[in-house]
Design a protein around this ligand. Structure first.
Ligand SMILES: [Zn+2]
Length: 169
């Protein structure tokens, strides 16, 4: 291995985040932003901090960049956690349907595992895709610090933004 590699990121400046509807009409969230692309160098090992500048407001953001091997490992771990969540989801769902569908004799309550399985279904339904997509998009760059309000800025992996457009349903 001769090069430590690079990672491509977009520094995103959030211009507006509006939520409309929600009462009578369906809720829609409109986020507008501008972004600037940067190519950051990876350290040979471990992690280092880079400073990126927002082209919109010239704020400087601190980002942490991990080496390539660690990035790959973490991305794989996140994907595996996502897959494990999917397995737990289907197992818990099958169990909840099985137990919930039974006709119980008078005075007998559902087993204690039933509410646990319902919680597991809900949690893994939300967490599974989050972990999986995070693992697929993870490029080892994360934002450490930004001027307040912090929510105005985000550092996005560029490959992820592209694949998200491609897989939109
Ligand atoms: Zn900005």
């Amino acid at each position: 291995m001769s090069t430590a590699g690079t990672a491509e990121v977009a520094v995103r400046h959030i211009l507006g985040d509006k939520v409309t509807g929600g009462f009578l009409q369906p809720r829609t969230r409109t986020i507008t932003w501008t972004d600037a692309h940067y190519v950051v160098k990876r350290p040979p090992s471990g992690k280092h901090t880079v400073e990126l500048t927002c082209t919109e407001c010239s704020a400087s953001l601190l980002a942490e960049v991990r080496d390539r091997a660690t990035t790959r490992t973490l991305a794989a771990v996140l994907r595996v956690v996502g897959i494990v969540c999917a397995v737990v989801f289907f197992a818990a769902l099958a169990y909840a349907i099985h137990e919930g569908g039974k006709t119980l004799p008078e005075g007998q309550s559902l087993p204690a595992l039933f509410p646990i399985s319902v919680v597991a279904v809900v949690v893994t339904f939300v967490a599974g895709p989050v972990f999986y997509l995070h693992g697929r998009n993870y490029n080892g760059v994360s934002m450490l610090d930004a001027p307040k309000p912090r929510r105005r800025h985000r550092i996005m992996p560029v490959k992820a933004a592209r694949s998200r457009v491609r897989t939109r349903r």
